[in-house]
Write a protein that binds this ligand. Structure first.
Ligand code: FES
Length: 218
């Protein structure tokens, strides 16, 4: 990633230097995530030309080739964007009262997404989750564990994202658990569907004028 990736985004809490250190660590993690992403047949679509990335312009992705249960990672404004095709089982988990009872902001009341994503699935279409993959604690990149597991990465795992830096947990919609260091849900970037199967990250739907800079914390 470019040197500018090591600069903390605006709206951060805590000492800037500390957070920048973690973003530096996260930079290495992005490289690892990118390497994994090349294993799926979406390379061209996940790598818009350099001038588009440098300008921070919108990035398109055809989501039809992402299998249920699979996630790809693209970059927008030099940040990792998780694009997760949720399975029917995952959608059921998102509405499980046992999960909801463990979440800090289950109804997305904090401004961590546009109004069009302030719903139980935090997205436009329930089956596709679009999230900024930066932990709201100190900026590491959470790891993707979509499957429930009795013991890993922690006991009683129901699927979602786990940040190994200090143990923050997020559900498959990026909703943060109570009692972990991260204070807010993972951000949802502005995006819209430009066709039935193609998303454009960086643009709101035509009926929305949401300002991404109004977000509580990146
Ligand atoms: S950066 Fe501390 S838990 Fe994620």
């Amino acid at each position: 990633m470019a040197t500018s990736d090591m600069t903390a985004p605006s709206g951060l809490h805590g000492p800037e230097g500390t957070r920048r250190d973690f973003l530096y660590i996260a930079t290495g993690t992005v490289a690892a995530v990118g390497a994994v992403a090349t294993l799926v047949p979406l390379v061209a679509q996940m790598n818009p030309d350099a001038s588009t990335l440098a300008a921070g312009g919108p990035v398109d992705l055809d989501v039809s080739k992402i299998e249920p249960g699979q996630q790809v990672v693209i970059r927008w404004r030099e940040r990792p964007i998780f694009v997760f095709h949720r399975s029917p089982e995952t959608l059921k988990t998102l509405q499980d009262p046992k999960l909801i009872a463990q979440l800090s902001d289950p109804n997305s009341e904090e401004m961590q997404q546009a109004p069009y994503a302030a719903n139980w699935h935090r997205s436009i279409k329930p089956e596709y989750g679009i999230l900024v993959g930066i932990c709201t604690h100190l900026g590491c990149i959470p790891m993707f564990y979509p499957q429930p597991n009795a013991t890993s990465p922690v006991a009683g795992w129901m699927g979602g994202y786990f940040c190994p830096c200090h143990g923050s947990k997020y559900d498959p919609a990026g909703r943060v658990f109570s009692g972990v260091p991260a204070p807010y849900n993972l951000p949802v970037p502005p995006y819209r569907f430009i066709s039935d199967t193609t998303i454009r990250v960086g643009e709101n739907p035509s009926d929305s004028h949401w300002d991404f800079s109004s977000i509580r914390q990146l």
